[in-house]
Design a protein around this ligand. Structure first.
Ligand code: HEC
Length: 450
């Protein structure tokens, strides 16, 4: 981690006069991980990719972002995602082409086996392709670990991996998810403008709407997230040959996970999430996901099977409307042909294998709002509820109506409850960054430090 390179050149000289160098270097915004590796650590070591482009990278072409040029079938009116037809994965191959072209972009320059030693490469063809979000190593319990920069997310159970077919040996044991996300250069151009060299969000008001500078993300933005689990191929048979990575993750005891102590242990790849800006989509985004399902493919990439795509939240489908008015979801398309254990999202919307199946990718991500002055953000009180409210996906209610509305930047969160918050254009990692910075700025007591 080197902080100086990040500063816009024009600011560099002035700031050096005003701010002692040590203060800059101390900003936890640019930390690689919660803990530094022990001095005898020989394994891979995560380094935050934070030399964000300071100019807009070359726009996408048909060759570099082929998904943007893909025309969808007639009933979806040449990629007009607003059309009312119900999309069908198996009879309309374009959805598979769309998501596969994104995966092809992502696998450029990566190893075929995604081995632990080499991890994810941020350089492709001699250029930095991938960048990380700052501040994700600040939260002590869930923040980045030092081997691959993974952060701790939702705990899954065997029932998530097997759905209705969970083995009878299921003890209800939890499996932690550890994941790392990366933004391509076009996305990183927005991220770079959004923070100061000291990690403070840079705000900008355009047409009365305040957000971080550079928002919204430009077309051509690609975001990918690799999700690993503490589950093993002996727990879940279809994870055979799944990449095994080391992670400095929570110590696991018989009674569960110790949130404040970590140890290097294995995790396996289970899911790969993608998100792209596509202005044809009513949310301006298309989210998609792959499940690792062993297919005896030649490479890891061949064993990533597409689960589906989502471009809206299906506001005409239960529980955004009462059951008797509900129509079949049509802003997600699901690959029902894969070996996939009944684990899509709420009422035909898309969610991934280790996601909450009462939710959906975009409904959760539509809650990506933040308040840079709120050092004690509370979901459902000061920031939108992204999961876990009563009756999620179960009843027609105001909260479900808000949660399952299709919105796009710069709209405020639906329902009108959070009019003042910054809209972070569906990026929940940006939300984490802004809120962690607020905790740091307020000198809030740090987790795990007593
Ligand atoms: C219940 C909430 C929830 C659901 C459902 C969910 N995510 Fe996320 N996602 C998160 C959170 C929280 C983060 C930020 C934390 C992190 O990346 O470590 C995140 C991060 C991401 C990122 C990294 C960039 C960003 O926006 O922060 C991508 C890409 C992503 N998710 C895609 C997906 C896809 C695709 C699906 C559906 C298959 C999905 N997510 C479902 C909560 C959710």
């Amino acid at each position: 981690m080197d902080n100086l390179h990040y500063m816009p050149r024009t600011l560099l000289s002035t700031c050096l006069l005003l701010t002692p160098l040590a203060a800059l270097a101390d900003s936890p915004a640019w930390n690689n991980a919660v803990n530094t590796p022990p001095s005898d650590w020989q394994g891979p070591t995560f380094e935050l990719s934070d030399e964000y482009p300071t100019e807009m990278p070359p726009a996408c072409t048909t060759a570099t972002c082929p998904w943007l040029a893909i025309k969808l079938p007639d009933q979806v009116k040449s990629v007009d995602f607003n059309d009312t037809g119900v999309p069908n994965w198996s009879t309309e191959p374009v959805y598979n082409e769309y998501i596969t072209s994104i995966l092809n972009y992502i696998k450029q320059g990566q190893t075929m086996d995604l081995n632990n030693a080499e991890g994810l490469k941020i350089n492709v063809d001699g250029q930095t392709r991938w960048y990380h979000i700052p501040w994700m190593a600040y939260a002590q319990k869930t923040g980045r670990e030092f081997v691959h920069g993974l952060t701790n997310e939702r705990t899954a159970h065997l029932s998530d991996f097997y759905g209705v077919g969970a083995p009878s040996s299921d003890t209800g044991r939890g499996f932690e998810t550890w994941a790392v996300g990366m933004y391509n250069d076009i996305g990183a151009y927005t991220v770079g403008q959004s923070f100061n060299s000291d990690g403070k969000p840079v705000l900008e008001t355009i047409n009365g709407i305040t957000s971080t500078k550079g928002m919204p993300f430009n077309e051509g933005t690609v975001v990918v997230k690799f999700l690993f689990s503490t589950v093993t191929p002996s727990d879940v048979d279809y994870l055979q040959n799944s990449p095994k990575w080391q992670a400095n993750r929570h110590v696991e005891t018989k009674s569960g996970f110790e949130q404040c102590s970590r140890k290097v242990q294995d995790v396996h790849l289970v899911q790969v999430d993608v998100a792209v800006v596509d202005s044809r989509s009513p949310s301006r985004w298309v989210y998609g996901t792959f499940a690792y399902i062993n297919n005896n493919g030649k490479s890891v990439w061949d064993n990533l099977q597409p689960v589906g795509l989502q471009w809206g939240m299906d506001p005409w489908t239960f529980p955004a409307v009462p059951k008797d008015e509900s129509i079949t979801a049509r802003q997600s398309v699901l690959n029902t042909s894969i070996r996939h254990y009944e684990h899509f999202g709420c009422e035909g919307r898309l969610a991934g294998p280790v996601d909450n199946k009462l939710s959906s990718c975009l409904s959760c991500h539509a809650g990506a709002y933040a308040n840079p002055d709120d050092s004690n953000p509370q979901m459902g009180v000061t920031i939108p509820p992204i999961f876990g409210f009563d009756g999620l996906c179960e009843q027609y209610s105001q909260e479900n109506v808000n949660y399952f509305q299709t919105t796009q930047f710069p709209q405020a969160y639906s329902g009108g409850n959070y009019p003042e918050l910054l809209n972070l254009d569906t990026s929940l990692q940006m939300q984490i960054a802004v809120q962690e910075q607020a905790k740091y700025a307020a000198n809030s007591p740090r987790e795990c430090e007593e």
